[in-house]
Design a protein around this ligand. Structure first.
Ligand SMILES: [Mg+2]
Length: 215
């Protein structure tokens, strides 16, 4: 599927790609609506609808992943609530095997995430994956979300990679499109971001279900 001899740098997304997105979906779509409903005297369905509209307006922006923004916006302590359900943070099957394989093949490996540094901390504490990366870059450091084509030249200034010899794995097609527009050559779509949702392959990008397909 991939010619590893032609790949020097591997960029990996976190949520949905390495980690089960069920945690994030549960947190924002079920847990927060329950808490928000109680706090604001709404029923859970009303709270869910109201929150969905509030979330939608921020999708694909850095605010979307900014825990401090949401703590302010919703008058809730979002980092503390995230920790409360952190038992749901799970690594996808074969991710550790894949990271071991990359480490043995001496590839440069970077975790590149839109996630906020506080979310990243909670997830790395829980999974201990941080040791596998040459560096971790949060989109806030670049100043743009990955959906924005100008993210990639910003990232290049930080870690210097060649578009020809770089692979990116993502569970968001819009981000793969933005990386493709910038010229990153090897693009992989993760078709099963959440363990609780159906597999959905991409019609544009090479799709995998688990990373064992790339080893
Ligand atoms: Mg993702």
């Amino acid at each position: 599927m991939l010619d590893w001899a032609k790949i020097e740098t591997v960029l990996l997304d976190m949520d949905g790609t390495l980690l089960d997105k069920y945690y994030d979906d549960y947190f924002w779509e079920r847990y927060i609506p329950e808490i928000y409903a109680k706090q604001n005297g709404l029923n859970t369905v009303e709270a869910g609808k109201k929150l969905l509209a509030i979330y939608k307006a921020k999708e694909g922006t850095l605010d979307w992943t900014d825990l401090d923004y949401w703590s302010d916006q919703l008058a809730l302590n979002i980092p503390a609530l995230k920790i409360k359900v952190s038992h749901l943070i799970k690594i996808h099957p074969y991710v550790v095997d894949f990271l071991e394989f990359l480490s043995q093949s001496s590839k440069r490996v970077y975790l590149v995430t839109n996630a906020h540094s506080k979310t990243l901390d909670i997830k790395m504490k829980k999974t201990s994956l941080n040791g596998y990366f040459d560096r971790i870059i949060c989109a806030a450091e670049v100043g743009k979300p990955k959906e924005d084509t100008s993210f990639w030249p910003g990232l290049k200034k930080i870690i210097n990679f060649s578009r020809e010899t770089t692979m990116l794995a993502e569970d968001t097609e819009k981000i793969l499109q933005s990386a493709q527009a910038y010229g990153i050559k090897h693009l992989i779509y993760v078709a099963r971001p959440s363990s609780r949702k159906a597999i959905k392959k991409s019609s544009h990008f090479t799709s995998i279900i688990y990373f064992n397909e790339l080893i």
